[in-house]
Ligand binder design. Structure first.
Ligand SMILES: NC(=O)c1ccc[n+]([C@@H]2O[C@H](COP(=O)([O-])OP(=O)(O)OC[C@H]3O[C@@H](n4cnc5c(N)ncnc54)[C@H](O)[C@@H]3O)[C@@H](O)[C@H]2O)c1
Length: 386
């Protein structure tokens, strides 16, 4: 296996999540040759602050740099397709942020291109890689909870509560036609489908826009910023602040999730409960080191993340001993470790442990069904034929 420092990477975008990618790559020892920003000037400043050797002026410059084998796409959603396509076409491995593209036509094209290329292609559904989620995936797969029957929960945030809160995600041209569902619902849907080992087959969705007019600052705004801009213009909102979705899974399990970016006090609250015919499991992203296990005929349990008490997958994802709390940033290290072992091997394994472009595309197909159901007001099947 090649050592990580022999593998070269570059990162597109250095905002909230691009910075997390860079920090995780460093922890793994991968050599980051530089980053690309919206302008060379901003890129040079970000490279200086982050201690990277250089900023690239264009994507073509990254693609021409033979030392760069892997490119991380952490730009706004509307750029993912064009940038990931160019990276694959240049023969480089790609790690792309979610959602994979703006439309399922685009994500379908990326899946085909990636398959033809033989290159490593991954989508950053990092929440799968909390050690306890890796552990639970194995537990459900072993049948210890019995047949999965109910999958319920929510993903709530509050950072778009006020009409003065603004971000590129509010503009469909940059964020996509679905907002709360695309931005955070995508994580919940991918995660629970992964944990249950069951694809989502049909949905019944109700989408709501509570804040119908927002004040857009005349200058740019950072993600999760709470500063109020002095100069604003009124903008009508068409994408959803919140969504309630009923789900049918392939094995007949039923689900229900509520997603919201306007829930006061909820900063980043992803919760799920998986109820099986023998036992249940529940988890809360704001207390990620605790997994609740529910039993009918014996006392319930709380498993504190602990490599000594988890299965092989949970152990592999953990960086620290029990009681030494791990969190959001650590999931990137765990996920990238899995992705980079494929890079080191020269291409994807037959059954990747990390989420691939096919997983990113599947989530886009579920999103299509959610949008169609909300428009029509009835159940819609997920169309996987395309
Ligand atoms: N996996 C997760 O948990 C997670 C969390 C947050 C965001 N994301 C995803 O990451 C992506 C970025 O989100 P963010 O919150 O970091 O946004 P952000 O606005 O904080 O950062 C985006 C960065 O991309 C840069 N950029 C814009 N256009 C560019 C271009 N043409 N070339 C290069 N860089 C460009 C911006 O200047 C900015 O630095 C989104 O797709 C989002 O859905 C994923």
């Amino acid at each position: 296996m090649r050592p990580a420092h022999e593998i070269g990477a570059a990162v597109i975008g250095s905002g909230f999540i691009g910075t997390v990618h860079i920090e995780a790559l460093r922890r793994l020892g991968v050599t980051i040759h530089g980053l690309l920003e919206v302008t060379l000037e901003l890129g040079a400043e970000r490279a200086r602050v982050l201690g990277l050797p250089r900023a690239y002026a264009t994507l073509d410059e990254i693609l021409a740099d033979e030392r760069v084998e892997v490119v991380h796409v952490t730009s706004p959603n509307d750029l993912h397709f064009r940038q990931a396509e160019a990276v694959l076409a240049a023969g480089k491995h790609v790690v792309c942020e979610k959602p994979l593209a703006l439309t399922s036509d685009e994500s379908g094209d990326l899946v085909r291109l990636a398959a033809r290329s033989g290159l490593v292609n991954a989508v950053n559904f990092n929440i799968r890689f909390y050690p306890l989620n890796q552990h639970l995936h194995e537990v459900v797969g072993s049948g210890a909870l019995g047949d999965v029957r109910l999958v319920t929960g929510h993903y709530f945030q509050d950072w778009l509560l006020h009409d003065t809160d603004w971000n590129w995600r509010l503009e469909p041209a940059h964020g996509g036609a679905l907002r709360a569902v695309g931005d955070i619902g995508s994580h919940w849907l991918d995660l629970t489908s992964y944990l249950a080992g069951q694809p989502i087959m049909a949905v019944m969705a109700d989408l709501t826009t509570f804040v119908k007019v927002r004040r857009q600052p005349t200058g740019p705004v950072e993600t999760f910023s709470t500063e109020r801009a002095a100069e604003t213009v009124a903008r009508e909102m068409r994408t959803e602040d919140a969504a309630s979705i009923l789900l049918r899974f392939a094995n007949g399990a039923r689900g229900a999730v509520t997603v919201s970016q306007v829930s006061p006090g909820r900063k980043n609250s992803l919760q799920y409960e998986v109820d099986g015919s023998l036992g249940a499991a529940a988890w809360d992203s704001e207390r990620p080191d605790e997994l609740w296990l529910g039993w009918r005929d014996r006392p319930n349990e709380v498993l504190l993340r602990n490599p000594a008490l988890m299965g092989a997958a949970g152990r592999a994802a953990a960086s620290l001993p029990g009681g030494h709390v791990e969190g959001f940033g650590d999931t990137f290290k765990a996920l990238f470790r899995s992705i980079y072992s494929a890079v080191a091997a020269g291409g994807p394994p037959a059954r990747p442990e990390y989420p691939t472009f096919a997983d990113g595309h599947d989530e886009m197909l579920v999103a299509d069904a959610i949008a169609a159901s909300a428009r029509a007001g009835h159940w819609v099947d997920v169309e996987r034929a395309s």
